[in-house]
Design a protein around this ligand. Structure first.
Ligand code: HEC
Length: 139
């Protein structure tokens, strides 16, 4: 019974929806990064008002997302809404991710220390990396 449910779930998942493996590997990276970016958006909205454990959790989510995101932009042949500049100007693109992760970690440290002023400052810096990256590298 359990196995049958698992098999049904696997068959319903887009990975097994009948695409060739290379196509599904590419679209997986795009949909994975889109999901993480949406998580960034939702997290940022709540993060500004968050305190205590919620602030810690929000900063941790952002830091985790930014740690994972760069490797989901490895393949220029699956651009999604990403501009070619992200591959042509690779160092600047990756530097913005590193900056976003760095400021998220600063926000995490501040939230853990209960320093909400420093948390707010760090979050604002994270927010600046969102806009400057989107302004340059997103369609
Ligand atoms: C270093 C670059 C970079 C940073 C930093 C960055 N983004 Fe993105 N973001 C992108 C790119 C590129 C896309 C387009 C992805 C694709 O479809 O290929 C995107 C897409 C998105 C999307 C659209 C997802 C969808 O539904 O299609 C949202 C929302 C988003 N980002 C939110 C954020 C937020 C919030 C932050 C900051 C907390 C952030 N991003 C930081 C590069 C970045």
């Amino acid at each position: 019974m359990r196995l049958r449910i698992l098999a049904a779930l696997l068959l319903a998942s887009p990975m097994f929806a009948g695409f060739g493996t290379s196509v599904s590997a590419q679209s997986d990276a795009v949909s994975e990064r889109v999901n993480l970016m949406r998580s960034n958006g939702m997290t940022m909205r709540g993060a500004m008002r968050a305190t205590g454990d919620d602030a810690v959790a929000a900063a941790r989510t952002l830091a985790g997302n930014f740690g994972t995101l760069p490797k989901l932009f490895d393949d220029p042949s699956a651009p999604g809404d990403t501009l070619p500049a992200a591959w042509e100007n690779r160092d600047a693109f990756l530097a913005l991710f590193a900056e976003a992760e760095q400021h998220s970690l600063e926000a995490l440290e501040a939230a853990q220390a209960g320093d909400m002023d420093a948390y707010g400052v760090a979050l604002q810096k994270v927010g600046q990396t969102c806009s400057s990256c989107h302004g340059t590298f997103r369609r």
